[in-house]
Design a protein around this ligand. Sequence first.
Ligand code: TXA
Ligand code: MG
Length: 359
Amino acid sequence: MSASSKTIVLTVDPASPDPAAIRRAAEVLRGGGLVAFPTETVYGLGASALDAAAVGKIFAAKGRPSSDPLIVHIAAIEQLDDVADQVPALARELAAAFWPGPLTLVLRRRPAIPANVSAWRDTVAVRMPAHPVALALAAAAGVPIAAPSANLFTRPSPTLAADVLEDLDGRIDVLLDGGATPIGLESTVLDLTQAPPALLRPGGVPAEALRRHIPSLRYEPSYVEHDEAQASPGMLLKHYSPRADLVLFAGSAERALARMQQVARQALAAGRSVGVMAPDQEAARFESLGVAVAPLGPRDDLAQIARRIFAGMRELDRRGVDLILVRGLAREGLGLAIWDRLVRAAEGRVIDADENVER
Ligand code: TXA
Ligand code: MG
């Protein structure tokens, strides 16, 4: 099977995947091929993490720069020491508390893991995913699986098998279709090789939960432009973007909503087609304007909103809008990861509706 042949789609039950389908996909991985599979966060694009040539195919299929390192997925906590060296006690404590689950730990890389997995760094990112399909695949393959999100470089992460096909059909060997991914945005990335530990990417495990284990946790969000020197990988501002221009609105809810309506009307008057992503309670305000609305779910249900963020961007892209307007919510719990993804998708276009307002 080569990556230029058609992608084989195997539909599996997300709770108890058919062992025959898992075996077939595991064979492809062991043979140096590419398999996309669901995790509890987003779909991953996997290759054997022990096979440098197979890992190289991931970067080619995604169009991803080889300077951006990959996450290695394991099937059991015991495999941690096959991937990482000098594993500190804190890593074991966090693994016991959060694995399987959406927490990625950056540790010292073992020489058995080829350097291109980590973009030639001496560290490695590792996690044990909490999805029966991902776990069964990694167990059947008998090797750790290197996997970034299964989207083309800079596109929104895929939360459905259809999203993977939209970006990668014909570029990968097998796609395991296990339905919608339950969390909908990526894992939290925590660097334990720095002291104090640094939160590199907010994600499925909230920062507040990590702080209970690491009171000194550092988080310095940095959103750099595309070609600036990167202090650490994965910090590109242009990331997770829809094709449409996305504008993010900050500030108090009432003012932000009023500004969004104003910007929507101006854009419509200028002949642009406009989409809005908003919680259900706020979506109604836009329906009379003639914009495409992607409702995100109830305003206080952050889990559902997280699940809908990338899906909403892709949905509005498919509806052909030129401009997407979205309001940022509270940056707490999952809200911090939602905010991070929206800032990156907006590529810096953030309007604070409270600016220049008398208070
Ligand atoms: O939820 C997830 O993490 C998904 C699923 C498939 O597991 N994967 C994912 O992979 O989001 P990717 O490649 O899209 O994002 C990996 C992030 C990037 O920001 C990358 O820079 C960072 O992890 N990363 C990987 N290895 C690293 C390392 N050695 N040091 C620092 N950051 C690293
Ligand atoms: Mg990604």
